[in-house]
Design a protein around this ligand. Sequence first.
Ligand SMILES: Cc1cc2nc3c(=O)[nH]c(=O)nc-3n(C[C@H](O)[C@H](O)[C@H](O)COP(=O)(O)OP(=O)(O)OC[C@H]3O[C@@H](n4cnc5c(N)ncnc54)[C@H](O)[C@@H]3O)c2cc1C
Length: 374
Amino acid sequence: MIEVDLAIVGAGLAGCALTHCLGRNGFDGSTLLIEAGRGPGGRASSRRHRGDLIWRLDHGAPALNFSAPPQGGIAELLQPLLDQGVLVEEQRPLVWLDGAAQRIDGPPQGLSYAGSPTMASVCEALLAQAPGRHQSVFGCRLRWLERSSGRWLLANAERTEVFAAKRLALTGTLLAHPRSLAMLAWGEPPLRTAIPIGADPQLDAALQAIAGIEASVRWNWMLALPAIEIKDCPRQIWLIPQAQQRWGIERLVLQLQSDGRLGLVVHGLDDGQSITPESQPALLRHHEQRLHAALPEVLQPWPQLQHALEQAESYGVMRWGAAVPTAGGLPAELQWCSKSSVGLAGDWILGPGYGCGEGALRSAMALAEQLKLA
Ligand SMILES: Cc1cc2nc3c(=O)[nH]c(=O)nc-3n(C[C@H](O)[C@H](O)[C@H](O)COP(=O)(O)OP(=O)(O)OC[C@H]3O[C@@H](n4cnc5c(N)ncnc54)[C@H](O)[C@@H]3O)c2cc1C
C-alpha cells in the first residue's frame, strides 16, 4: 500500500496544477496523484485511437478561456508553458452559425490558449515539471473513502488498490456529488459516507454546496476526415442558441492531424434522458445517430467538409457526465476543511474563471497556498 502525506484525486488541470504549485511552494510532504483515466488531462485531455498511432483528438475542451490576461501567480504558472510552446495563444478566429446554418458575425473571441500539440500537453507538462516528491497512479477509479485513526484510506471498487494519506484533495465532484448515485448506482457520495454529518460543520457546508452544483452533459462525437484543403480552416464553429436548439449541437471543433487528416468533434447537447449504467449504451447510439443526421445540414457553408463526411470514419461518442458547471459552486472559503483534512479544487469553485480551465488552475493555486499554511 502506498502511503503519502497528501493524496490528490484527479489529474485534470486542477490536480496537475496543484501537484505543480505544491512543489513550487516548497511543500515538503510526499504527494500521490490518483486518476481514473489512462493519462493526465481530465476534461482537457486528448483522445488516442487503438490501431491509429498518430491520431490525437482534443475530445473535451479545445482551448482554455481566460477572463482577463493572466497576471501575478497564474501568469507565473503559465509563462514557462508559453515559453516552451506547450501553450499557444489562440489566434484562429471563431466562426458562428445561425439557425439557417449561415455564417454570421458573433461576439469576438476572448483571450484563449490552446495546448500544443494537443490539449493534454498542458497537464502533461505541469506534471512533468512539478518539483518535489510526487508520484502518480493512472487507471484507478476510486470508489471508497474512509477516515480512520487520523488518516485517509482510499480504494477502488474491488478494493484491490488501496492508498493511505494524511490529507486528501479532491479535484472532481464524483466522490462528493449526488450525481454519482444515479450514474454509477452508488448509495451515497463516498465523501459523505466517510465523514458523518455533524463531525465537521465546514465539510457539511461544503457538501451541501457541492450537492447544489448543476453541470451540463455533452455527447461528443469524434470523426476522422480524409486530408482536405480548407482555406482559413476554423478551429471552432459555434452555433448561436437558436441553432443549438435546432440541431442539439453546441459547436464543432476541427483539429488538423500530423498526416493531413482532419479530426472533427461534434459537441452534442444532452436531451434530458436519464443516464444510468443500463441506459448508457442505447444513449450513445442515439446521440451518434442524431448527430450523424444533423451534421450535413450544419456544414452547409463548407461544401468540402460536407463532401468529406462521405468518407469519414466514426471514432465513437464520448459522454462528458459533468462537462461544464452551469449553476452553483463551492465558495472559495470552503476549499480547505481542516478538521477532516480535505481540500477541494476544480472549475466548480466560485470565482474568476468558474466553469473554465482558468477556474481549475486558479482554484488549484489557492488550495496549494492553503495546504502550505495548514
Ligand atoms: C466538452 C467540453 C468543452 C469544454 N470547453 C472549454 C473551453 O472551450 N474553454 C475552457 O476554458 N474550458 C472548457 N471546458 C471546461 C474545462 O475542460 C474544465 O474547466 C477543466 O478541464 C476542468 O479541470 P478540472 O481539473 O477542474 O476537472 P477535470 O478535468 O474533470 O479533472 C478531474 C479529474 O478527476 C478524475 N476523477 C474524478 N473522480 C475520480 C475518482 N473517483 N477516481 C479517480 N479519478 C477521478 C477525472 O477522471 C478527471 O480526470 C470544456 C469542458 C468540456 C467537457
